[in-house]
Design a protein around this ligand. Sequence first.
Ligand SMILES: *Cc1c(COP(=O)(O)O)cnc(C)c1O
Length: 402
Amino acid sequence: MIWRPYVQMKNMPEPWRIVDAEGVYLRTPERELIDSISSWWALIHGYRHPEMVEAIREQASKLSHVMLAGLSHEPVEKLSAKLESWLPGDLNYFFFSDSGSVGVEVALKMALQYYVNRGEKNRTTVLALNHAYHGDTFRTMEVGDDPEYHFILDALGARRGVEHIPTEIPALEAAFERLGERLNCLIVEPLLQGAGGMKMYDVAFLRRARELCDEYDVLLVFDEVATGMGRTGNRFVSDLVLPDICVLGKGFTGGYIGCAVTAARKKVFDGFWGDRDDWALMHGPTFMGSPLVCAAALKSIEIFERDDYLSKIKRIEAIQKRELAELATLDDPRIKDVRVLGGCACVEVDKPETLDGYREFAYERGIFSRPFSTCLYAMVPYVIEEEELVRVIATMKEWFAR
Ligand SMILES: *Cc1c(COP(=O)(O)O)cnc(C)c1O
């Protein structure tokens, strides 16, 4: 039995079997479906991209995997060099892992040990945002804030040193004033909070966060697992405000193979550098920086740059705004908000039941969609054609026109 994610197995709808996929299309034995959510926001180049497939095939024929402790290889060296020039500022130190949750765990461990190495043992409190989602492992659940995903933690009692605040500057300032010397880091999904409900907020909050982190000597961590690689219309939100640690995942390899990278600035890396062995970062995922993954990431970045994905995303944003304008002005009590940021569009509804049956409704119209909670959303592959994106949004509009 395959144990499925986030679902009561007893009454879950039968999953659709995908027999192959190409571009933005998934194929079941009966139908072709536009994947409107890019396989959990990851497949930014679409499926079976010939260059991605070839890069992986070619690497697999030479060296698929080799461990990264005591051994090195060309793909990881090339990827590290590429990231040094590609990521903003001095985010030049890269710890590779195999999933976003682990990448965030590593970031949190780095932040904690950074102060421990300096002898500042009281700096343990993590500041995070209301509605935060940072993954499903235990520490990432603790810094997260969504009872639907994280309720199981209650079985263990109080969470260890985490405070949550809204994305409002006065609340941010108050938290720094109150927690000051006890603060370890501030972790955020910058500009767009995904799994917590596609919530969007202003860059002014991040700019103020950067100032306060500098003033109070607190590390700023951006979880860009979902927002990185263009999703907000910026290459990385880290291009706008430079964090101390940045985590990438999901679309980083174009979604072809699971991979995350925790990128740190020199200041953070220097906190681990020295003659003492116990200053080392004690983490080492078996499949970290595997050659296959690095080859996929390198090709993914190459395509992203060469095909000017940022202008593709601007186009997607404009089409989404244009096509959703009508819903935004509709006087329908079921629709609470309509918002668009870069390659993300969300229609927030009054209650989850409003979206009951949408998945099947969309399937009948050739769209794969997976609304959650009160969010009907699209996070399309960037290679989508205008006419295909219009169909995705038209299906949403049709749902409310019934
Ligand atoms: C998906 C996600 C994660 C977790 O990534 P996995 O690869 O599923 O472990 C962490 N943070 C954010 C913001 C995410 O969207």
